[in-house]
Every structure is written in structure tokens, then in C-alpha cells.
Design a protein around this ligand. Structure first.
Ligand code: 3HC
Length: 711
């Protein structure tokens, strides 16, 4: 095959060929993750040609330099005109190689990277390797033979499990299911690969014939497939992920592996791949992928900002949030002191943590040894003095400014110099809290989302005094504990809750006019949110918002709303799921929200009191008002510099509030929805209501004029 010059964008040589004895070694070296860019593809073809032409090379070995095997096609090239050679061409070239090719896998062999390995004759993995086809997470399907070769190796059922979940398997499991031929412990993939390739040549000599046939020529376990398998999977998808496009095409493609000869199945896979590639969901999911990585790079924060070492952590307050935050640290291997003056609260927290870990162990995701290891990292203590030696203290006490300031005054007196003092407040002024200390440069907000051990978002709130070092350390810590840290500025509700608050006001206004909470929630779940607004309120607890509103009223906040039907429900003890009743009612042990006539009458009474005659509200009104008000608020947040970039807002709503990832995030979606249309609607609602909520953000109007959101 004719191949272009094998250089990458940086002008380096991403693929090299070198012979080791009778083995020709092809090495891919394209940091950071050996993504299969055009340069790598061209380099692979050129190196393969060189190896095939090298008379002294009896077999070939494919290895990767750096931290991983190839982690997939180069996602940054998607959406651009395809540049030859394509990945399917490279794979076909390998498949047809006249010499046995071994792939030695370390790190992660993902997507197109694994598809390349699947086209080799033999796969050897190092013990820590992970192998998977995660294309579904990008709105795609494996488009270089993965849907055809994987079922031939591991059977269609397991292949569907892997391709539909996108989750990788470890080396041992890969061996057990037949995805790799050997697991080889070695210092380097080169060493493992050379040993395996030598053994193969010896086997061939002993057998006196070629011992290997390419996967494409094998039928393996592909025969005898349960005929109901594909119908069952389609029904499951329709129930579980009705919005998603690519999973259905994945089932079609794997079915083609069973029903069609290899070449025809591969052609079908290609056609389905191109359909996925053209779908808006692919664009949204890829935006979400890069957004998660982009937010780690905080504009204006020097990359060389020195970091403090976080070895010992402490959490003050053993309520629901404190308990979850302590688990986050223990999960990352960090020792954590969980402090609460109430020994009952500590006992409850410890029991909850153990129960959580044991449930995870029962599901097979932790061993009991790991459970005990994590429990040993969490030390409950009633004494605040014990936190004196911590490198980081996260305060998760009652959401009241007086309480928080008192805690910070004590922490200031107790904690060692250089300790980072963080508050988990979701609404209060970070600067007012920092001023209770003599070291505001060490203070910031770490706003975890409930349940803290599950939700990936961490708003890292920078106060007026927070130093670069403290901010950079917090961002690094977020990554260490597996969170998506997003740096935001200090304002009421920060970014996520401030936008949520506006959606909540609009949802309440819609119910006031005649919509039901169920209608609002249905429209939002049809849009793709996992929970509607009111079901989410029930999950968070009505008492939380009620207490915040009371605080604001007490503080004389002119924007604090008058008491409404939600306050009435909270006063009646309907605090949401945890009390079995909130906006909905819940049957014992169930999380399914059920409509409740008591709530309907509280709403009806509220409307009567306000002199409102309810009207029929169209679903489209609900969609437009709930979502467009969020976009307008997001633009205001950017106007004020509370968030630095649109991508920060997208990541916050994706990882903290269940914004459908296939829509890319709030502002990415706004761009697709049409900025002119949104701005016109915002202006219309501003004229209709005169409400500051609908006052158009100047930035939104600029975006509408330009037709796109820059940056
Ligand atoms: N293409 C381009 N860039 C990629 C990439 C890819 N496939 N995978 C990772 N990167 C980039 C990231 O954007 C990041 O760039 P940055 O430093 O400029 O922000 C850098 O590589 C490092 O990535 P991470 O920060 O994610 O590093 P981690 O060590 O945490 O994770 C990883 C490594 C597990 C490989 C993770 O990056 C990952 O999951 N990558 C995506 C893998 C994937 O989805 N592959 C399938 C691609 S689609 C495909 O192959 C289609 C084919 O079937 C035709």
C-alpha cells in the first residue's frame, strides 16, 4: 500500500521500525495517548511495509511507547475531511499481512487502538492493561472492524455487553473471554511482546505450518447464537436509553457479524458508523469529552503555580454531605478525619459509610479487603482540635453563615500554617466566611454535589483572597479524587445552583399558571434529564431550599421570593424522598415519584390566594421557558466573569445536574437550538413579565447577532 510521509503534526516520527533478531518491531510513539492520527496511520502502513519487506524479519511485533497502547482514533480529526490512509484501510492491511503480527498491549487499548490489535494475529497483554471499545460514549460505534472481529473472538453476547457499555475489561478477564491470547508479566511491552512473538515462531516451526489465521477468517463462537439475543437487547435499549442513537446501530452491526459474511458485515458496520458520525449526538458527546478535560486548564492560573501537598484531610460535620466527602477522600487513598461534636452523628456516618462500601462489594466492585482498607482510612472524632494537623479541612456544617463563620474562626485558631480551609457551602458568600479567619488566601469553596461520593462535579470557588497556589492545589486534588473540578467565582449559588435557581423560579411560575409539577418534569425528562425539576427537588430535600429561602428573607435579600407552596409542603414535614413525601409521594422503599392529591390542593390554594385562574400550559412553553431562562442566566454569569468560559458552564451542568451528555452541555445545546431564536424568546418573555430573570444578557444578544458562541 502506498503511504504518505509518516510524520505527525509536530513533524516527529510517530511510528518507527526496527528489527530485534528475527522479530521486526513496529513502535508507535505519539504522546500523550498514542491516538491514531493521520501521522500514526501513515506511519503504521509504512512500517508494516518495511517489516514485510525485511527478509530477516520472520514475524512482526506492534508495541507502543509511553503510558499506553493506542487509545483510539484521534478524536480531534472527527468532523474534518477523512485523510488517507483511513483506519479501516490500516486494519485491512494488517489483517492481510503475510507475516504473523503480535500486538503487545499495555495501559489502555481503546476504540480504534483495540481494533488495530484485533486485526493482529496474536494479542499479548501486560497484567495492568485494560481493553475496550468505548465509542458508544462518543455517540459512535467501532468503525474499523471492531463490531465484526470482537464477536468472532468473544461471542456476540459478550461483544454486545462490551460495545454497548463502552467499559473496558482488565487483562485477566480479556484472557478468560478470549480477547487476548496471553497475559505476560514483563517490565516493558517490548519485552512481553518479543517473548510472545518468539514463542509463536517456535510453535510454527514445531507445527510445520502457520498456526495463526486472522480473526476475520475465523468463525469461532459466532455460530449457535441465541436468535432472541438481538430482539432482547433492542427492547432493553428502548426502555433504558430511549434517546440515544448509536446503541441501536451497535446492535445492528453486531447482528451483521452473525448473519453476514465478514466482508459484508464490515461494509454494514461502515455504513452504520457513518450514520453515527453524522448525528448531532456524536458532536454533543465529543464536546462533552473535551469539555471535561478543558475545564482543568483554568484561564489565568499559571501552569507553574506551585502545589501544596495534600496528605491528610479532615471533614468537619458528619451529615449527609460530610459523610460523602469523607468517602471521596478515602476512595482516593487519602486518610480523613471525620469530625462532629455529636457522637451519634459520627456513629450514624460510620455505619452509613460501611453500608455503602459493603453494598458496592456485594455488586463485585470492591473486595472486602478494599472495604476494610477504606474504612481504616476514615477516623471519626468528636474533637475539633484533632484536625490541627490536616493539610486540607473541608467544612460541611449546617448551611448558616453564623455557624460557618464560627467554624472557620475555630479552624483558623487550630489549623497548622499552610492548611487549606475549604467550605462546602452551596450558596453562602465565600469572602464573608474567609473574613472570619486571618488567612483568607488559604480559604476557598469546595462545593460537592449530593451524593458527594457519586456525583463527579466539584465547583472550586475562588474567593477574593484565595491564592493561586490554593486554587491550583484544589484543582489537582479534584482530579486525584476523580472529580471534574471547575473553577468558578464567588456569587450567590455560584454557577450551577444559580442557573438551577432560575429554572426553579420558571418551573414554579409555570405551575402557578396552571402546569402541574408532573408536566414540567415530563417535559424535562423527555428533553433528556434523568430527573425532572420537582423530582430532583424531592431528592435534594425540600428543607434545604426552604432553609436557604428563610436565610435570605431573614437577611432582607430583596430578591428573596415570598413564601410559596413549596414552603407550605416543607412546613408540613414533606421534605422529599427522605420523608416519603415532598412534591410527590413515595411508597415505602421506592424512589418512584407518585402524584399526590394533597400537593394538588396546596398548589390550587396557592393559585387562589394569588388570584390566578389556571390555564392549559403547552409542553413547548415549558420546554422553552425552563431551558431558555437557563441560557440567559449562563450568559449573565459569563458577563460577570463568575465562570470563565462557556465550556465551564457546560461541564458544570453535565456533571452536576444530569444535563444530557449527548446534547453536549447547556451552551453547546443552545448553539444547536439557535441563539437568535433563544434571544428573541428571552426578549419576548422580558416584555411579557418585566421580570429581571428575563432581562436579556448583553452577551446573549451578541451571540445571537454573531450566530454562534465564541470559545
Ligand atoms: N484522540 C485525541 N486526543 C485524545 C484521545 C483521542 N482518542 N484520547 C485522549 N486524548 C487527549 C485528551 O484530550 C487529553 O488532551 P489534553 O492533555 O490536551 O487535555 C490527553 O489526550 C490526555 O487524556 P486524559 O486527560 O483523558 O488522560 P487520562 O490518562 O486520564 O486518560 C484515556 C487516558 C483513558 C485514554 C482517556 O483519554 C480516554 O478515555 N480517551 C478516549 C478513548 C476513546 O474514546 N477512544 C475511542 C475513540 S473513537 C474511535 O476509536 C473510532 C474508531 O472505532 C473508528
Amino acid at each position: 500500500m502506498a503511504s504518505p510521509a509518516p510524520t505527525d503534526a509536530a513533524g516527529g516520527l510517530p511510528v518507527t521500525y526496527e528489527r530485534h533478531g528475527r522479530i521486526g518491531v513496529i513502535t508507535v510513539d505519539h504522546p500523550p495517548v498514542n491516538a491514531v492520527s493521520q501521522g500514526v496511520r501513515g506511519g503504521l502502513v509504512a512500517a508494516l511495509d518495511e517489516g514485510l519487506a525485511d527478509l530477516a524479519a520472520e514475524a512482526l511485533l506492534l508495541v507502543c511507547a509511553g503510558r499506553t497502547f493506542m487509545a483510539g482514533a484521534d478524536i480531534r480529526e472527527f468532523g474534518k475531511a477523512p485523510a488517507p490512509p483511513t483506519l479501516p484501510e490500516v486494519v485491512a492491511w494488517l489483517d492481510a499481512a503475510g507475516k504473523p503480527v503480535t500486538a503487545a498491549i499495555h495501559g489502555t487499548a481503546l476504540g480504534g487502538g483495540l481494533e488495530i490489535a484485533l486485526a493482529c494475529h496474536f494479542r499479548v497483554a501486560l497484567p495492568g492493561a485494560r481493553l475496550g471499545l468505548p465509542e458508544v460514549k462518543l455517540g459512535l460505534l467501532p468503525g474499523a472492524g471492531g463490531t465484526q472481529r470482537l464477536p468472532r473472538l468473544v461471542g456476540p453476547e459478550k461483544a454486545l455487553d462490551m460495545i454497548l457499555s463502552g467499559d473496558p475489561v482488565g487483562a485477566e478477564e480479556a484472557l478468560a473471554i478470549g480477547l487476548v491470547d496471553a497475559v505476560e508479566d514483563a517490565d516493558t511491552p517490548l519485552e512481553a511482546g518479543l517473548r510472545a512473538a518468539e514463542r509463536l515462531l517456535d510453535r510454527r516451526r514445531l507445527a510445520g505450518r502457520d498456526v495463526l489465521v486472522p480473526v476475520s477468517a475465523r468463525s469461532g463462537r459466532i455460530t449457535g447464537t441465541d436468535p432472541a439475543l438481538f430482539a432482547r437487547r433492542r427492547a432493553e435499549l428502548a426502555a433504558k436509553t430511549p434517546h440515544l442513537f448509536s446503541p441501536h446501530r451497535i446492535v445492528d452491526a453486531v447482528e451483521a457479524a452473525v448473519t453476514l459474511p465478514f466482508a459484508d458485515g464490515t461494509a454494514r458496520e461502515r455504513a452504520l458508523f457513518l450514520e453515527c458520525m453524522a448525528s448531532p449526538q456524536r458532536a454533543g458527546l465529543i464536546h462533552a469529552f473535551f469539555a471535561e478535560r478543558e475545564v482543568a486548564k483554568v484561564p489565568g492560573l499559571p501552569t507553574e503555580a506551585p502545589l501544596r501537598t495534600i496528605g491528610r484531610t479532615a471533614v468537619v460535620g458528619a451529615g449527609t454531605m460530610g459523610t460523602g466527602i469523607a468517602m471521596c477522600f478515602a476512595n482516593a487513598g487519602l486518610p480523613v478525619l471525620l469530625q462532629d461534636s455529636s457522637t451519634d452523628a459520627l456513629a450514624r456516618a460510620t455505619a452509613t459509610i460501611r453500608r455503602n462500601y459493603e453494598t458496592t462489594a456485594r455488586k463485585g466492585r470492591l473486595t472486602m479487603e478494599q472495604v476494610e482498607g477504606r474504612m481504616a482510612l476514615i477516623r471519626p472524632t468528636p474533637s475539633l482540635d484533632d484536625v490541627a494537623g490536616a493539610d486540607l479541612v473541608v467544612e460541611a456544617a449546617f448551611e448558616s453563615m453564623d455557624v460557618k463563620r464560627a467554624v472557620f474562626r475555630s479552624l483558623d485558631a487550630i489549623c497548622k500554617p499552610g492548611a487549606i480551609l475549604a467550605t462546602n457551602t452551596s450558596t453562602l458568600d465565600i469572602d464573608a466566611i474567609a473574613q472570619a479567619t486571618t488567612r483568607p488566601d488559604d480559604v476557598l469553596g469546595l462545593h460537592f454535589f449530593s451524593p458527594a461520593q457519586v456525583m463527579r462535579l466539584l465547583e472550586v470557588v475562588r474567593g477574593a483572597g484565595t491564592s493561586d497556589t490554593v486554587l491550583a492545589t484544589a484543582m489537582a486534588l479534584a482530579r486525584k479524587i476523580g472529580k471534574v473540578g471547575v473553577a468558578v467565582g464567588n456569587c450567590h449559588g455560584f454557577v450551577g445552583n444559580r442557573i438551577l435557581h432560575q429554572r426553579g423560579c420558571e418551573a414554579m411560575a409555570l405551575v402557578g399558571e396552571g402546569a402541574s409539577p408532573q408536566q414540567v418534569d415530563r417535559v424535562l425528562t423527555e428533553f433528556g434529564f434523568p430527573l425532572g425539576h420537582f423530582a430532583m427537588t424531592d431528592l435534594a430535600g425540600l428543607d434545604v431550599g426552604w432553609r436557604i429561602r428563610q436565610e435570605r428573607r431573614k437577611a432582607g435579600d430583596p430578591e428573596a421570593e415570598a413564601p410559596d407552596w413549596l414552603d407550605v409542603l416543607a412546613e408540613r414535614g414533606r421534605h422529599g424522598q427522605k420523608t416519603g413525601a415532598g412534591v410527590y409521594r413515595y411508597e415505602a422503599g421506592s424512589r418512584v415519584p407518585l402524584p399526590d392529591p394533597e400537593v394538588d390542593s396546596v398548589i390550587a390554594e396557592d393559585r387562589r390566594r394569588r388570584g390566578i385562574t389556571p390555564r392549559i400550559v403547552a409542553d413547548e412553553d415549558v420546554r422553552e421557558r425552563c431551558l431558555y431562562v437557563m441560557v440567559n442566566e449562563a450568559a449573565k454569569i459569563l458577563d460577570e466573569g463568575v465562570a470563565a468560559r462557556p465550556v465551564d458552564i457546560d461541564a458544570i451542568w453535565l456533571h452536576g445536574y444530569g444535563f444530557p451528555s449527548w446534547r453536549g452541555g447547556l451552551l453547546f445545546w443552545a448553539g444547536q437550538e439557535g441563539l437568535r431564536r433563544i434571544a428573541a424568546a428571552v426578549e419576548r418573555h422580558a416584555r411579557r413579565t418585566g421580570s429581571p430573570r428575563w432581562q436579556p444578557s448583553p452577551r446573549l444578544l451578541r451571540w445571537a447577532e454573531a450566530g454562534s458562541i465564541p470559545g
